[in-house]
Write a protein that binds this ligand. Structure first.
Ligand SMILES: *Cc1c(COP(=O)(O)O)cnc(C)c1O
Length: 210
């Protein structure tokens, strides 16, 4: 199947959910195939890699209707570059990052959509706020004037992802947040069935990352 066929096949199962084509580490020719097929929403997990693929290549200028999502964790020293390049962050997870983001968005006079990442599996190595700290973080966002679209999670590899998707949905409902970023190549249909509004799919569209 071609990249265009994969995009079609997946989109047809997602109704109105946003399909984020995760282009990280993919050869530029495959990314171009998706662009040629009319796809404009892409996800990257590392700021510097995204700059290479989208900014320095000229693609961002060529396609002004691009929508770039940062789905990997964000260090405060990368916030300036990230705000300049991306349209949506899926990785807000601590008060300090909120403060730096708010300041940088003001400086650049640019609004970036924000999801809070939840460490639903409470894994040490994973970024994301612990579920028990979400309320305090949302209060902080509110005080600083940072609008939050919704919640994002990456379930532990060794647990049924549906449990984490259902939990994320429950948290979003509790705090009245409209969007849910969940589901990858292996489980996007489950995520959609459980209410995902933003689905992040890489290898199922572009093939295995080299
Ligand atoms: C890489 C990545 C994806 C896409 O993974 P696939 O298995 O290739 O679909 C989705 N979300 C995040 C946060 C990622 O880092």
């Amino acid at each position: 199947m071609s990249v265009a066929e994969n995009l079609n096949a997946i989109s047809s199962k997602l109704d109105r959910a946003t399909l984020i084509a995760v282009s990280k580490k993919q050869p530029i020719e495959r990314v171009q195939e998706a662009l040629d097929a009319g796809h404009r929403v892409f996800g990257e997990n590392i700021v510097q890699d995204a700059q290479k693929t989208w900014a320095y290549s000229g693609l961002k200028e060529t396609y002004p209707d691009l929508e770039l999502h940062l789905i990997g964790s964000l260090q405060t020293n990368k916030v300036k570059d990230a705000v300049a390049l991306f349209d949506v962050f899926h990785c807000v997870d601590r008060p300090k990052l909120v403060d730096v983001l708010v300041k940088e968005m003001k400086t650049q006079d640019k609004k970036v959509g924000c999801f809070i990442q939840i460490n639903t599996g409470e894994e040490d190595q994973k970024s994301g706020v612990l579920p028990c700290d979400l309320g305090a973080l949302l209060t902080h966002c509110h005080e600083e004037g940072l609008d939050i679209l919704g919640l994002m999670c990456i379930p532990p590899v060794d647990e049924p992802s549906a449990l984490h998707f259902a939990f994320l949905k429950k948290l979003a409902f509790r705090y009245d947040l409209p969007c849910l970023s969940m589901g990858m190549s292996s489980d996007f249909e489950k995520a959609f069935a459980l209410g995902a509004t933003h689905i992040r799919v890489g290898s199922e569209i572009f093939g295995a990352r080299p």
